[in-house]
Ligand binder design. Structure first.
Ligand code: UD1
Length: 357
């Protein structure tokens, strides 16, 4: 029996297809509680048909250290009660690293899904989580050959690395026919390709109120004639509440569920974001994507896909939006093995290795 760990919103999108591919193979789902609001957590369980977690760790909200330490202490108690044959972690959030560390101290093998991606930006908490997790994991499932090569270059044996594709895209393709119109569509009188979608939550963009204001001001100014739909992450909401400005074109709404959000993305003229996962989804949906960051751990979304990194200077936002509005954005293609079958490949490998015996 294996344990599957999930804690934050992007994790839920990644574990769903793995759980479905497991069929009758025994597992327990551990929810760390890193994300706890209905819209950040339960909405994803409902829409993606993820079963109720077997174990809930109740991660404390607080600093990254408090959160990580709280998850570690609670997970240790669970491993004292029951030892799984393997702990499977996904992505790069604090829950991923916390549970990997605890499992390895118990000599339990760890499989990391979405291993090997690197931004080479050590100011990102996620980069630290990736490095720590990959330095002690036992099995590595990668989304690209570039990620596999990063692992090989860091000294990991080739026979532990499996290029399986992208589980986030498994979910996207499985749910594409069920994307559903959000309430805001009629409330804001949205029309196909007549609005942008905006998401922001990286500390480097949202934790400094002046920077956040500059970003929103630039987007607001360039958007004239287009609405900008902005589902606001809780972290960003706390900062926006401190800003006195109005941004007429920017429509701030609550975080959205998966099916509503991707409906909006699919019909948008473009997306402006600082997320990593969304750049993968826009690449597969063929929607132009502006990333307000200086680095990406997903270079394939830029080299092959529809994503472009514009750096973190808000002055670069308007010219990029203009190119999208004028229809001058590049067309993209879809990376190898982003075909909806990554979870099946992962489960087959785990079965062949005897983790369910
Ligand atoms: C986390 C992940 C990030 C991921 C993002 C997706 C890490 C280091 N970061 O960042 O990689 O892209 O999730 O959303 O793990 N909060 C709520 N309700 C919630 C969740 C969070 O109010 O349901 C609050 C927290 O209390 C905290 C803030 O939002 O004050 C940030 O949450 P946290 O989980 O620490 O990090 P994220 O910024 O969400």
């Amino acid at each position: 029996m294996i344990f599957i760990i999930a804690g934050a919103r992007p994790n839920f999108v990644k574990i769903a297809p793995i759980i479905h591919a497991l069929g009758a193979s025994p597992y327990k789902l551990v929810h760390t509680g890193q994300h706890y609001d209905y819209a950040m957590s339960q909405a994803f369980f409902d829409e993606l048909n993820i079963p109720i977690p077997n174990i809930y760790l109740n991660a404390p909200a607080g600093s990254q250290t408090e959160q990580t330490a709280g998850i570690m202490l609670a997970f240790e108690k669970e491993l004292l009660k029951e030892k799984p044959s393997l702990v499977l972690v996904v992505g790069d959030v604090n829950s991923t690293m916390a549970c990997t560390l605890v499992a390895k101290k118990f000599n339990i093998p760890v499989a990391h899904v979405e291993a090997g991606i690197r931004s080479y930006d050590m100011t990102m908490p996620e980069e630290i989580n990736r490095l720590v997790t990959d330095s002690i994991s036992d099995l590595f499932f990668t989304t690209t050959l570039w990620a596999s090569n990063n692992l090989i270059n860091s000294g990991i044996a080739k026979d532990k690395i499996f290029f399986v594709g992208n589980v986030m895209i498994d979910t996207l393709l499985a749910k594409k026919d069920r994307f559903s119109k959000p309430l805001c569509w009629d409330q804001l009188s949205l029309n196909d390709k007549k609005y942008f979608v905006l998401t922001l939550h990286r500390p480097s963009n949202v934790d400094n109120p002046e920077k956040l204001d500059e970003i929103l001001t630039a987007i607001n100014k360039q958007a004239s004639g287009y609405q900008v739909v902005f589902p606001v992450h809780p972290r960003t909401r706390k900062m926006i509440n401190q800003l006195a400005q109005q941004y007429e074109q920017i429509k701030m709404i609550e975080p959205m569920g998966y099916l509503n959000f991707n409906y909006l993305v699919q019909k948008a003229i473009g997306v402006i974001t600082d997320s990593g996962g969304i750049t993968e989804e826009t690449t597969v949906l063929g929607v132009p994507c502006i990333t307000i960051r200086t680095t990406t751990e997903r270079p394939e979304t830029v080299e092959m896909g529809t994503n472009e990194l514009i750096g973190d200077n808000p002055e670069n936002i308007a010219p990029a939006m203009k190119r999208i509005i004028e229809g001058a954005w590049k067309a993209g293609s879809i990376p190898e093995k982003w075909d909806g079958k990554a979870a099946e490949r992962i489960v087959k490998i785990l079965e062949d290795k005897g983790y369910f015996n």
